[in-house]
Design a protein around this ligand. Structure first.
Ligand code: HEC
Length: 140
């Protein structure tokens, strides 16, 4: 496949994932997303596609901001909550997942959910978020 086709295919996959996510989340109670948040998500998603991600930096960002809640095992509220949500069908720890689209990570990081706070650009800027999302989306 040439590069243009790959990018086009990636765009279609991203669109399907994002549409699917919003279809699912529409049935749950979600905080309203303001136009400003939506724009910042668009910018972050655009940034995702612009530059190659630095996975090592992504891992560092994860360790600094996310590990306390999303590492494996007890004492991690995100992991415990996702264990209940998915009933063991997929791994509860984010780093062990292979289904986490970058757009999903961007959405949760910028908007937060339940116990999870949202993160400002002064905490995790768009470049760090791109690296973090790519790190969590990597397949090993
Ligand atoms: C204070 C604890 C806490 C921190 C810090 C935190 N999260 Fe969360 N996270 C949660 C909780 C709780 C949920 C909700 C789980 C649920 O839906 O039951 C969640 C959900 C998520 C989800 C949704 C997963 C899914 O399949 O529904 C993603 C993605 C996510 N977090 C990513 C992150 C990332 C990336 C970071 C670091 C920037 C982070 N979280 C930091 C607690 C946290």
């Amino acid at each position: 496949m040439n590069r243009t086709l790959l990018i086009a295919a990636g765009g279609v996959v991203a669109l399907v994932l994002v549409t699917g996510y919003f279809a699912v989340s529409a049935s749950q109670e979600q905080p309203k997303v303001s136009a400003e948040d939506a724009n910042s998500e668009v910018a972050a998603v655009a940034a995702l596609k612009e530059a190659a991600a630095d996975l090592e930096n992504g891992e560092a960002v994860y360790g600094y901001w996310c590990a306390a809640c999303h590492d494996p095992g007890p004492g991690h509220p995100g992991t415990q909550s996702l264990e209940i949500k998915y009933g063991g069908e997929i791994p509860a720890a984010l780093e062990e997942r292979s289904d986490l689209a970058p757009e999903t990570t961007v959405y949760f990081v910028r908007n937060g959910y339940a116990l999870m706070p949202f993160f400002r650009k002064t905490e995790i800027d768009d470049d760090d978020l791109r690296d973090l999302a790519a790190y969590l989306a990597r397949k090993e």
